[in-house]
Every structure is written in structure tokens, then in C-alpha cells.
Design a protein around this ligand. Structure first.
Ligand SMILES: [Zn+2]
Ligand SMILES: [Zn+2]
Length: 498
């Protein structure tokens, strides 16, 4: 796509530019102002309005002719914005994903602008290439009017007093804007706490997004939300899915998908704010701020909020709600620490640490199920064959495992008694009668929040509210101690409630 100058700017395909006129690539245009919105001229393109409201898209993502788009531009409904801004010889900024790292930009011989050094962003390449000659399109006309949906919530369950209090608080904050930390222990039932606030937002014609860093979480939440809000169209957006309902009023998405939105949401809920990769990737943080409307309510959900968030809440710089008690009212199981010697050397010699072996035998006799967390895929591949010699049903599962979902299913239905895993399963999987162990709990990957989450896998159901949590280690780490202290503190807070 090239842009033509005739005193006025006109967006037209390369082929339609007459010979006597000069066409220029988008990023080489002099600064120009978009015409103001004018209601009298051509009608608003309703479908385009729906598709483009709250988004920032490339031309290739919109199935409309340039002529249609140009008409809407002239009417002041669409803005063509720069996608990659150059601030200096080695300083670029991608306006879609916020990337400013020089090494994450590259040059190509471009078929669109015909230049040999057209700059593109590598950081958001998985969403389709954005090069500097491609504008980002945004809807700046009247926003798409979402309906007011009354009585959308059909969920019949009952909340505990602590959940109810949190739920009422959230509901009262919808439409006030600002930030809210919802700090709930693992197993507090925080999803149900969100329902009433979301229902209120739907009533107020708001657009809502719940974003989680993990696709697994989105897949687990989708059916629960669909059951709770049966009359509402809910879109699930995650890597690898064909998103047809991107314009839905209620969206559940992985955090990466937020890059596609701009000033879209009135209520934006970020699940597991402390979880990888969100807490390590500040561009995702930028995506969150970009995707929400200015006056939106931003809700952070976490069992283990970062120190920075905790401080903000303590200093009353943001609203905070605590749910220190699990929905069944029992305290969180506390981890016990078990020294197991130089386990890495033992594994290298194809031997299991004795304390771990005893734990496993007792575990298999008990008839209960167990997670065994290990620090890396390498350790997983070393230990699984050794464990299989004790019980052949034992399986290991890791992020890139092609049989990951089958194995998790087999664990869920009890065919696998003990599952060995890397940190992928630390969240979101709830199975009753499950104990938890960590081998190498002193390793760096097991930070405080990871250990708190792991301990939280045990005792989640009311039929089995406790459970054994054992950290096998070769020297206690600070993170192990902080995790234990964290759980003790939450239990104390919970005791004050009962
Ligand atoms: Zn980018
Ligand atoms: Zn180009």
C-alpha cells in the first residue's frame, strides 16, 4: 500500500496511482492530520466499526477495500497511524507491542514499499509482520455500542462470607476506574468472586477482558464462564486459535493477545499477575495499559502478588481485597522440609535419594495421588526412568511434551498415581486427594511465589482439605523459608475471619 499526495493525502493501492503523480510509502509521508469526524457525509460502516473499535490492526487484517477504508478515513472515523517510529539511528519503537530493543528489529527487502532496508519488529512477529511502511489502523469514530445485558449471570452457587465480601467490593468498584488488587490464597475460589462484578459491567454496556498468561487457564475458565453467562457471547483468544469472536463484549485471552487491542476494555482483569511470563516481560505490562480504556478498572488477581504490588496496596495507593481463607474454610497446608543430600549426583549415578524413595513407596501405598515437581526437563528425564522401576504407571510431563494433554487427563482420571512435572502444572490444576513434593526445592527456579503456588496444589477440595507438602532439598533457600512464612501469615489472617 502506498500513499499518494495531491495536496491532500489519499490512501490508494500502488497500482492505481497515475503516472504523473508521486506515490510515497507510508512512513515517508510528512506529518498529516486526520480529518475531523463529520457525521453528515457517507454513512458509518457498521461492520467496520464493530471490527475495529478498540483495536489496532494492519491493513492485511481487515477484509475491506482501500477505497472503503479511505472513505471512512475522510469521514474522520479511521486513523492511519505509524507502526514503527524512529527516534534515532539505533532507536526504534514498535507502536503495536511497545518494543524498543534495537536487537529485536530487523530489515528486509520489502515487497510493499520496494525498499531494501524496510525495518520490521521481531518481537511481535507471531501476530503477523509489522514493517515501518505499514500503517496501523484504529477506529476513532463513535465507538461500537455494546448492549446493556441485564441478568446475564445464571450461576447458582453460593459464596462463602469472605468471597461474598470480596465480590460486593469488586461490584461496587466497577465503573469507578482505578486499580484493584484481589489477593486470594490458592483455592479461595476467585473465579466465582468475579462473576457479580462482570455481570454489573455487562449491564453497564461495558467491554470486559480477563487475561491470563497461560493458555491452559483460559481453556479451563471458558466452559465455566459459558455456564455462568449462558446468554453472552464469550470469546476465547489464545495462540493457535482462530478467533472469530474477537469483537465479543466478554473476552478471555492470553496476555499476549492484548497487543491487538487499544483502549478497548472498561474492565480488565489480569489473572496471576505474578506468573511467568507476565512478571518478567515489561512489554506485556505495556500491552495491558494499552488495551484498557483510560477510565477502566484494572483488577490484578494473585495468590502471590509481587512486593511492588503488596507495597502499593499497603500504602493505600490502590484498592485491595484479601481472601485469606480457602472456600472450604480450612487453613493452607504448610510445607515440611526434608534434606535429601546431593540429589543431582545421585541421579547422575542413576540412584534415587533415599528420603524420596521412602516418600514414593508410602505415597503409592496410601492410594492418594501426588505431584512431584522437579526443577528442569533434564532432571525430569533423568528421574522418570528410575521412578518407573518402582511403579510403571509414573509419567513425566513438561511444557513441550507432545503427549502433555493425554498425560494430564490420565492423571486427572486416576490412571497415573504420581506425575512428575516441571513448573508448568504449578497452577490451575485441581485434583482432590493429592499430595505434593518438590525435588531440589532450593533451586533458583523455585522462587517464593512458585513454591506457594505449588504448596497450594494440595488440599483444595472440601472432601480432602489438607494434604502433605514436602520440599526435598540439599540446603534450605531463602525462598523456601519465605514461602513457608507467607503461608503461615495467610493462615493467621484467615483465622481472624472465622
Ligand atoms: Zn512489535
Ligand atoms: Zn516496507
Amino acid at each position: 500500500m502506498l500513499c499518494e499526495r495531491k495536496g491532500q493525502i489519499e490512501f490508494a493501492p500502488d497500482s492505481s496511482v497515475p503516472h504523473d503523480e508521486q506515490a510515497v510509502a507510508f512512513h515517508q509521508l510528512p506529518p498529516f492530520t486526520t480529518p475531523p469526524y463529520c457525521p453528515q457525509t457517507t454513512a458509518i460502516h457498521a461492520e467496520l466499526q464493530r471490527v475495529l473499535s478498540g483495536k489496532q490492526l494492519l491493513l492485511s487484517e481487515l477484509p475491506y477495500s482501500l477505497q472503503t477504508l479511505h472513505e471512512q478515513y475522510q469521514r474522520g472515523c479511521i486513523a492511519f497511524e505509524q507502526s514503527i517510529r524512529q527516534h534515532g539511528p539505533r532507536h526504534f519503537q514498535c507502536l503495536r507491542c511497545g518494543n524498543e530493543q534495537f536487537l529485536l528489529f530487523a530489515k528486509l527487502t520489502c515487497f510493499q514499499c520496494k525498499e531494501h532496508d524496510c525495518v520490521y519488529c521481531r518481537k511481535c512477529l507471531m501476530m503477523g509482520r509489522v514493517a515501518q511502511c505499514m500503517p496501523l489502523l484504529r477506529w476513532i469514530g463513535p465507538p461500537f455500542p455494546y448492549p446493556s445485558i441485564k441478568q446475564a449471570l445464571q450461576w447458582q452457587g453460593k459464596l462463602t462470607p469472605a468471597q461474598q465480601k470480596a465480590s460486593d467490593h469488586l461490584r461496587s468498584l466497577v465503573s469507578t476506574g482505578g486499580e484493584l488488587l484481589l489477593w486470594a490464597v490458592c483455592g479461595a475460589g476467585k473465579t466465582e468472586v468475579l462473576f457479580s462484578g462482570i455481570a454489573r459491567a455487562l449491564e453497564l454496556q461495558q467491554r470486559i477482558c480477563l487475561a491470563s498468561p497461560r493458555k491452559d487457564v483460559i481453556l479451563e475458565l471458558l466452559p465455566r464462564f459459558q455456564a455462568a453467562f449462558p446468554t453472552v457471547t464469550i470469546a476465547g483468544l489464545y495462540g493457535g486459535c482462530k478467533a472469530q469472536e474477537e469483537n465479543a463484549q466478554l473476552i478471555l485471552a492470553t496476555t499476549h493477545q492484548l497487543f491487538r487491542f487499544k483502549e478497548a476494555f472498561d474492565l480488565l482483569i489480569i489473572d496471576e499477575v505474578d506468573a511467568f511470563p507476565y512478571s518478567y516481560d515489561e512489554t506485556l505490562e505495556k500491552a495491558v495499559y494499552k488495551a484498557k480504556k483510560q477510565a477502566a478498572l484494572l483488577v490484578y488477581l494473585s495468590a502471590t502478588p509481587s512486593r511492588a504490588l503488596q507495597r502499593k496496596a499497603e500504602q493505600k495507593k490502590m484498592n485491595a481485597i484479601y481472601i485469606p481463607l480457602r472456600y472450604h474454610g480450612h487453613p493452607l497446608p504448610l510445607p515440611r522440609f526434608q534434606w535429601c543430600g546431593h540429589w543431582k549426583r545421585l541421579l547422575y549415578k542413576k540412584k534415587l535419594p533415599k528420603p524420596l524413595q521412602h516418600w514414593l513407596i508410602k505415597q503409592l501405598e496410601s492410594g492418594r495421588q501426588a505431584f512431584l515437581f522437579v526443577p528442569s526437563v533434564t532432571v525430569l528425564q533423568e528421574i522418570v526412568p528410575l521412578l518407573k522401576s518402582i511403579d510403571s504407571t509414573i509419567e513425566g510431563v513438561f511444557a513441550e511434551d507432545p503427549h502433555r494433554h493425554e498425560k494430564v487427563m490420565a492423571f486427572r482420571n486416576g490412571a497415573i498415581k504420581v506425575i512428575v512435572t516441571t513448573t508448568i502444572l504449578e497452577r490451575g490444576v485441581t485434583i482432590p486427594f493429592t499430595d505434593v513434593a518438590v525435588l531440589g526445592a532450593e533451586e533458583k527456579i523455585f522462587c517464593e511465589s512458585a513454591l506457594v503456588q505449588i504448596a497450594g496444589r494440595a488440599g483444595r477440595s472440601s472432601e480432602d482439605p489438607s494434604g502433605d507438602v514436602c520440599f526435598f532439598h540439599y540446603g534450605k533457600s531463602n525462598a523456601m523459608q519465605s514461602a513457608q512464612y507467607h503461608l503461615i501469615k495467610m493462615n493467621q489472617r484467615g483465622r481472624h475471619l472465622t
